[in-house]
Design a protein around this ligand. Structure first.
Ligand SMILES: O=C(O)CCC(=O)C(=O)O
Ligand SMILES: [Mn+2]
Length: 198
């Protein structure tokens, strides 16, 4: 795996998160935003929070190697097969990350009212020290990190159109992350987190 001495780690300790703003050109990013908005089978799915079913505050989709199913909260999800846009994006980030991603969770934030709560991507199916490649198109949104033990330690960054964020090492063990709501954003945003199901 690459080490990227030329890109500073966003996290001061216990993890490794490298941000590549403008990883995709503005023209490429516009094209991916259009294609993915149109061609992905977006759905609003319910989740159970403290025993109550509520709709997720965003649209989602799950794509990947079809033989790699994924079990989450007792439900086995089979991914939809990769499309050309996703394969193109995956090849571009794999060349930098030096790993082979097997699946992608896609999120569509319709506007600033859509969000993602605090969580870690530390499911068993991702194995120890998972590598997560996160690509964003559309509206720039804040992305927050919060240390799991050192509660006052928070890092904020902005994920812009065409950016690539690579999280690895102990990041998912020690840091929660979220995409908070914001009244200032009216435009949609797409985020793709590429993952390796082991
Ligand atoms: O939208 C984002 O930038 C984050 C998405 C995320 O954390 C996830 O899909 O697990
Ligand atoms: Mn996540």
């Amino acid at each position: 795996m690459e080490t990227f001495p030329y890109i500073t780690n966003l996290l001061p300790k216990d993890g490794d998160a490298r941000l590549f703003p403008g990883f995709f050109t503005p023209a490429e990013s516009d094209r991916f935003l259009d294609t993915l908005t149109r061609d992905i089978q977006w759905k609003q799915e319910p989740i159970t929070i403290m025993g109550r079913q509520v709709m997720q505050p965003r649209l989602t989709a799950w794509y990947g190697d079809v033989h790699k199913s994924y079990t989450y909260s007792g439900v086995t999800m089979r991914p939809l097969p990769w499309n050309d846009a996703l394969l193109n994006i995956r090849a571009r980030i794999e060349a930098v990350a030096g790993v082979a991603f097997t699946s992608a969770l896609l999120n569509f934030y319709r506007d600033g009212n859509d969000s993602m709560g605090w969580h870690r991507d530390n499911e068993k199916s991702l194995g120890p020290q998972p590598v997560i490649g996160s690509v964003s198109f559309g509206a720039a949104r804040y992305f927050h990190f919060k240390h799991a033990k050192d509660k006052d330690l928070r890092i904020k960054t902005v994920l812009t159109h065409g950016s690539f964020l690579l999280m690895r090492g102990q990041t998912q063990e020690n840091w929660y992350h979220s995409v908070p709501k914001t009244a200032r954003v009216a435009e949609p945003r797409i985020n793709i987190t590429f993952r390796i199901i082991v």
